[in-house]
Write a protein that binds this ligand. Structure first.
Ligand SMILES: NC(=O)c1ccc[n+]([C@@H]2O[C@H](COP(=O)([O-])OP(=O)(O)OC[C@H]3O[C@@H](n4cnc5c(N)ncnc54)[C@H](O)[C@@H]3O)[C@@H](O)[C@H]2O)c1
Length: 311
């Protein structure tokens, strides 16, 4: 049977890159999101909308999810509300991030879909100070400090129960700081906004500093695709790898690549671990090498430049 992927949160940052890459591979895609929102697709596809089958619906409505999943072979479940949105509306956050994930697994159980990847987050872990090592062990205890992190922790466990009780296979990935074109909302989006602002020659301040694990959106998208195709029994949830560097280093590369110097950054470390061991992911899927940081920023600059009004 030919592959058909359902991508939830298809209009989001990672979702837009997943849709693009799957279509480039010649795979049929059902792109599910709340409503039409073309801006990230247009940005990363040189102004042309990708030819997916668009399915608009609400993840919290079981029937919407079931309808969208009918006829698919693989699911990449990305739709969620990020930290600030969960903080602003905790009940909605729980509904989308937890009930929505239950709806995905219920529909998968009913329809016999067994190749699922889903987005957890580094936010299931606590603060850097909660752990003995700077680089978190892969089996470190989850100690979420935000409602978002609590919901993602619950969603990881939902996936595990659907494996143990119903044999539904899945792989959960925990991105850290995703960056690149399309990353325009959520707590850690500011380094990506800095790239866009530098292209526009507009002064910008990243409000925090410290060290983050920067993960390039196209690399993260291909990790989710790979994870959905692993065909392994179980419901593992793993950390993924990126570039562990200071916010200051990241911003300095943006300045060097664009020649625009009016970017600045704060000093406060965000309340997340710096990085986490991703060896179980590497052992599980043998992912391809990451795009190096300089190239990723240079490509991002080119994409933003092509869409800039001055272009
Ligand atoms: N971006 C990061 O740095 C990062 C880090 C860790 C984990 N993640 C996780 O990865 C996933 C994708 O992240 P992203 O940056 O692409 O997110 P995003 O915020 O850019 O996109 C999320 C998408 O989900 C959709 N959505 C929200 N509620 C919905 C609902 N009720 N029904 C249908 N669609 C709904 C939104 O419309 C949006 O298009 C999320 O689960 C996120 O929590 C992201």
């Amino acid at each position: 049977m030919a592959e058909r992927f359902l991508v939830t949160g298809a209009n989001g940052c990672i979702g837009a890159w997943v849709v693009k890459q799957l279509l480039e591979q010649g795979v049929e895609v059902t792109a599910f999101d709340l409503k039409a929102d073309e801006h990230r697709h247009l940005l990363i596809n040189e102004g042309v909308m990708p030819k997916a089958k668009w399915a608009y619906g609400d993840l919290t409505v079981a029937k919407d999810v079931e309808d969208a999943m009918t006829g698919v072979t693989h699911v990449i479940h990305l739709a969620a509300l990020q930290v600030p949105f969960c903080r602003a509306n905790p009940a909605l956050g729980a509904n989308v991030n937890v009930v929505g994930t239950v709806n995905i697994f219920e529909a998968a159980k009913k329809l016999g879909v067994n190749n699922i990847s889903h987005a957890s987050s580094i936010a299931v872990f606590g603060l850097a100070a909660d752990y003995p090592d700077e680089k978190l062990a892969s089996d470190a205890q989850r100690l979420p400090t935000t409602l978002y992190g609590v919901y993602k922790t619950a969603a990881e466990d939902v996936a595990k129960v659907y494996w143990s009780e119903y044999g539904i296979r899945s792989v959960g990935l925990r991105p850290h700081t995703v960056f690149g074109p399309g990353r325009d909302q959520g707590m850690t989006s500011q380094p990506s906004v800095a790239i866009e602002k530098a292209v526009l020659k507009e002064k910008f301040h990243v409000e925090y500093g410290g060290v983050l694990d920067f993960q390039y959106a196209p690399d993260v998208a291909s990790a989710f695709i790979l994870a959905a195709r692993t065909n392994i029994d179980g419901a593992p949830v793993v950390n993924i790898n990126g570039h562990v560097v200071g916010v200051s280093d990241f911003v300095e590369v943006v300045k060097a690549v664009t020649g625009f110097k009016e970017l600045s950054y704060g000093t406060t470390q965000l309340p997340v671990v710096y990085s986490a061991d991703s060896q179980p992911w590497i052992d599980l899927a043998s992912p391809p090498p990451l795009t190096n940081l300089q190239d990723a920023i240079a490509t991002s600059v080119r994409i933003f430049s092509n869409s800039s009004p001055t272009n």
